[in-house]
Design a protein around this ligand. Structure first.
Ligand code: CP
Ligand code: NVA
Length: 309
């Protein structure tokens, strides 16, 4: 049995397999020819934080596979406080076939996985957002037909989304550069880990200061909120510190001519991205959002059946 707590646990070949499976299932869904999984699988959706895309796409994905979901908010189960992660995981494993968990701390999703007898999927934590990264790279693959040597530039906070993108790019041989203000870089251990994957795949991972330096030569220009969920108290300071880290038309011009613009959403128009870029011809934010569904359907299918079948 496999869990998806982060993409660190998967090889480049396994990630490529997830992407290929996403493309295959996306085509089958369009032809209305998806085969349901046996046994009407039940997916528990544990969400400690708000969500629109992740919650809806997991719900639709499990229905597509002939299963159904049960949504459990923080209020419902009070994870780690009403009872231990261990007890919650052991009990849930008796009821459901898979768990997707959006948690404040990465440790929570790891503890659930440690004790769960069914696959656990990270639906976003403070450290990682692996399902988002899969959908993003699926979008790049569809656009460019290849990933090797494609450069992704992340402009902004060295956060959960930036970290998952560093992992996936490094494992798949994509170049990755992140431009962040002082104090908001990717943490050193994550950077070191990504660089170790990149050494094997032949790609380049860089942390830089100036957005233009990251954007130079990039075919994917990416940004995310400056204030992630759980950081609301830092809003005023962050809005000041991130000034100049906005994807606008001038920055887009510094990227490759065929560059696409990504944002995991929800976006704060006028802060990390301008309306003009977000609604412009190079923006693929809606394809990315749609691909959450296709990537997660593949993840569910792979984790709920024999990995290679
Ligand atoms: N991108 C993303 O995960 O969106 P939600 O927070 O709405 O799920
Ligand atoms: N970095 C953001 C991503 C939201 C999908 C957050 O954690 O709030």
């Amino acid at each position: 049995m496999r869990h998806l707590v982060s993409l660190n646990d998967f090889t480049g070949d396994e990630i490529r397999h997830m992407l290929e499976e996403s493309i295959r299932l996306k085509k089958l869904r369009r032809e209305n020819a998806l085969a349901p999984l046996p046994g009407k699988p039940c997916l528990a959706l544990i969400f400690e934080k708000s969500s629109m895309r992740t919650r809806v796409s997991f719900d639709v994905a499990i229905h597509d596979l002939g299963g159904y979901s049960i949504y459990l908010s923080r209020q419902d189960i009070n994870l780690g406080s009403r009872e231990s992660f261990k007890d919650a995981a052991l009990v849930l494993s008796r009821y459901v076939n898979c768990v997707a968990a959006r948690t404040f701390e990465q440790n929570t999703v790891e503890e659930l996985a440690r004790y769960s007898d069914v696959p656990v999927i990270n639906a976003l934590s403070d450290m990682y957002h692996p399902c988002q990264a899969l959908a993003d790279i699926l979008t790049a693959l569809e656009r460019f037909g290849t990933l090797k040597g494609v450069k992704l530039a992340f402009i902004g906070d060295g956060n959960n989304v930036a970290r998952s993108l560093a992992v996936i790019c490094a494992k798949l041989g994509m170049d990755y550069a992140i431009a962040s203000p002082d104090g908001y870089e990717l943490d050193e251990p994550s950077l070191k880990l990504a660089k170790s994957y990149a050494a094997k795949s032949g790609s380049r991972i860089e942390q830089v200061r100036a957005p233009g330096d990251a954007a130079s030569g990039a075919r994917v220009l990416y940004t995310d909120t400056w204030v992630s969920m759980g950081q609301e108290k830092e809003t005023e300071k962050r809005l000041k510190d991130f000034k100049g880290y906005c994807i606008d038309s001038a920055l887009l011009k510094a990227a490759a001519p065929d560059a696409i613009v990504m944002h995991c959403l929800p976006a704060h128009r006028g802060l990390e991205i301008t309306d003009e870029v977000m609604d412009g011809p190079q923006s693929v934010v809606l394809d990315e959002a749609e691909n959450r569904l296709h990537a997660q359907r593949a993840v569910l299918k792979l984790l709920l059946s024999d990995w290679r079948s």
